[in-house]
Design a protein around this ligand. Structure first.
Ligand SMILES: [Zn+2]
Length: 360
């Protein structure tokens, strides 16, 4: 689903209004234009920029908020999930109403951004980034930002970025720890140069370690600044290392990522196994006691499903999601047939619930 929240164009306005709007934008960005690294020309470049943010949870909302306020002209926000109360501690673009309505995160983010910067375009996409849609979902973007919570999706982004020569910025946070790295294909190391396999520590702790919102905002601030450097053309200022911080223990580390590794599977040998669909994204959602079902692409008629499910439990739907409660499970169905089933991490239980209530 793509909903463009583009605001009225210049042709819709009187010349007077256009001049006023331009003056308002000069004023809006005046403190950023004063900064010598950006200036008026850099601000112009930001207005033309096209950036994708993959994943709109804690890191993704912080990145989107910073870049939207900075005036990045087009932000494509891709996220598969919906807002819950437990997100509000750290996911800075959402509020209690979004959680009460189970609003898809990409939609809620686009609406929130439109309220504070109506002069940029936000393209929300409510979907999981997978090999089947990655080409279309990331097409036309000049920079990709990592707001994901899993290495499968990061390896998919890395494959796409190296194959199509599009820079991307890795960012991750768990507990009080966070890490980020710029990947400029052909120039710096790629994700697989540094992590040929998923780092186990990051994978295991997301279930148990919780997360500090300050670690998220730190890594998003560092990554958003690197994004601004890239977008305004300040290539020589880009960091060429993997940097990490632990905001609780005050540790800080940096390892060089200056050069691609010659024997790297991805950027050296150009084997794109994740684009080919090997190493499929996992269907359990980390830390959520939930399973995602998305094997079957089907278009769902919410009104029809609502009627069919009413005898079996509590059902509610809006234009974006349908929710169905039947103790101890909660099922959230999206218009494309994807579903998130809460109350189990057992994929076979989730699959049989889906088959019983949504269909085979
Ligand atoms: Zn590499």
């Amino acid at each position: 689903m793509v909903i463009s929240l583009a605001q009225e164009t210049l042709t819709d306005k009187s010349m007077g209004a256009a001049a006023a709007s331009s003056a308002a934008n000069d004023d809006r960005y005046s403190q950023q234009i004063l900064f010598s690294g950006i200036g008026a020309e850099g601000q112009q470049r930001l207005a033309q920029a096209r950036v994708a943010i993959v994943g709109c949870g804690a890191t993704g909302t912080a990145l989107a908020g910073l870049l939207a306020r900075a005036g990045v002209g087009t932000l494509r926000i891709i996220d598969r999930d919906y807002v819950e109360a437990s997100n509000l501690q750290r996911q800075s673009l959402f509020d209690e109403n979004d959680a009460a309505e189970s609003k898809p995160k990409a939609i809620a983010a686009a609406q929130k951004i439109a309220a504070f910067n109506s002069s940029i375009v936000v393209e929300p996409r409510v979907e999981d980034l997978i090999p089947e849609n990655v080409d279309e979902a990331l097409a036309g973007m000049q920079l990709l930002l990592d707001g994901t919570d899993n290495f499968e999706t990061r390896y998919l982004i890395n494959d796409y970025a190296v194959k199509h020569d599009v820079p991307w910025i890795y960012a991750a946070a768990v507990g009080s720890y966070c890490a980020t790295m710029n990947v400029i294909p052909g120039q710096t190391a790629c994700l697989a140069c540094i992590f040929p396999d998923s780092p186990r520590g990051m994978m295991e702790t997301c279930e148990t370690a919780g997360i500090l919102n300050s670690a998220v905002n730190l890594v998003a601030s560092v990554a958003a600044t690197e994004a601004l450097k890239f977008l305004v053309g300040a290539a020589s200022s880009l960091r060429r290392s993997l940097v990490s911080f632990d905001v609780w223990s005050n540790q800080h580390a940096e390892i060089s990522a200056d050069k691609p590794r010659a024997d790297c599977r991805v950027c050296g040998e150009r084997e794109f196994v994740h684009l080919a669909g090997e190493g499929r994204p996992h269907i359990t959602l980390c830390g959520r006691n939930s399973v995602q079902i998305h094997e079957r692409q089907r278009s769902i008629d919410f009104a029809e499903l609502n009627e069919r499910l009413t005898p079996h439990g509590t059902v509610r739907h809006n234009e974006f999601v349908l929710k169905f409660w039947r103790e101890p499970f909660e099922m959230t169905v999206f218009p494309d047939g994807r579903a998130i089933i809460k109350g189990t991490t057992d994929t076979s239980v989730a699959r049989s619930l889906y088959a019983r209530y949504v269909g085979n």
